[in-house]
Design a protein around this ligand. Structure first.
Ligand code: MF3
Ligand code: CO
Ligand code: CO
Length: 273
């Protein structure tokens, strides 16, 4: 059957009820990968060591990493430190006390994509870093609360933007969430800013990510000469959280919930690690 038959006029794929199970398994493995890596994060550890552990864990669990070979990217994760907004490349640099980092993994399990990222801290965060991380996390949670049939993508963006900006932070506009499923990046672009009651209607069976990047300073970013690493132009700290979700009849299912309840870095489960 042609793929286009189950798409909205905007080109957004509507998945079948049985497709949720594939996403549930892929999303769970992606979340377990981040649960696994949490206890390994400490001052002195290199980001390439963390990436190697991630690559091995994904393989040991019968999945493949979606980022290896994606547009020439060579690693099983993106690891973005401090003023790096996203797409940080794992390397030989050691973490230092107080560094904040986003680790983003995408796995392919039985053909389904699970994409999630969250923030970690090497040691203890500064007060401003902790505030940024909390604001970013909570902006994603507000966006998820806005997901239900009848609401629109603009409601999602507005939930993030209004919360982040009311907390004196800015929302990055140069990167967005995306449809996913049996592909990595699909229609639509999920913007992390917007106006209520605008954009495409949310319908059951839509699968997409929400992955707000929030800065303590201005929103502007630039790409480093390596062609991947995105940083804040003003070198202010940046944070990001990402979930993969599916719209249901009355809300949404989050496919990438942490089985160990460690998605939020400052819960007891995360800090007891
Ligand atoms: N996982 C990222 C996302 O959230 C994409 C990373 S692509 C890479 O969409 F090539 F940089 F790994
Ligand atoms: Co994504
Ligand atoms: Co991602």
């Amino acid at each position: 059957m042609k793929d286009t038959v189950n798409r909205t006029p905007e080109g957004i794929k509507i998945h079948m009820p049985e497709d949720f199970d594939g996403m549930r398994k892929a999303g769970k493995l992606a979340a377990e990968t981040l649960d696994m890596i949490g206890p390994e994060i400490a001052p002195g550890v290199t980001t390439e060591r963390l990436n190697a552990l991630i690559e091995q864990f994904v393989e040991d669990n019968g999945a493949t990493s979606a980022t290896i070979g994606y547009r020439g990217y060579k690693h099983a994760s993106c690891i973005s430190l401090n003023h790096v907004v996203c797409h940080g490349i794992p390397g030989p640099k050691s973490l230092r006390e107080g560094d904040i980092l986003n680790i983003d993994v995408t796995v392919i399990l039985d053909g389904w994509y699970g994409d999630t990222s969250r923030m970690f801290v090497a040691g203890a965060p500064s007060r401003k870093a902790e505030r940024l991380i909390r604001v970013t996390h909570d902006s994603l949670m507000r966006a998820i609360e806005a997901i239900k049939p009848g609401n629109r993508f603009g409601d999602i963006g507005h939930a993030i933007q209004s919360y982040a900006e009311s907390n004196r932070c800015s929302v990055v506009r140069d990167f967005c969430g995306h449809g996913l499923g049996r592909v990595f990046h699909d229609t639509p672009n999920v913007l992390h800013y917007g106006k209520p009651d605008t954009g495409a209607l949310l319908r059951p069976g839509m699968f997409f990510t929400i992955e707000p990047m929030v800065n303590l300073g201005k929103a502007a970013t630039k790409i480093l000469p390596d062609g991947w690493t995105a940083v804040t132009r003003d070198r202010s700290l940046s944070a990001q959280f990402e979930h993969s979700v599916g719209v249901t009849e009355d809300g949404c299912e989050v496919f990438t919930l942490s089985p160990a309840n460690r998605f939020h870095p400052f819960t007891e489960a995360a800090s007891a690690a």
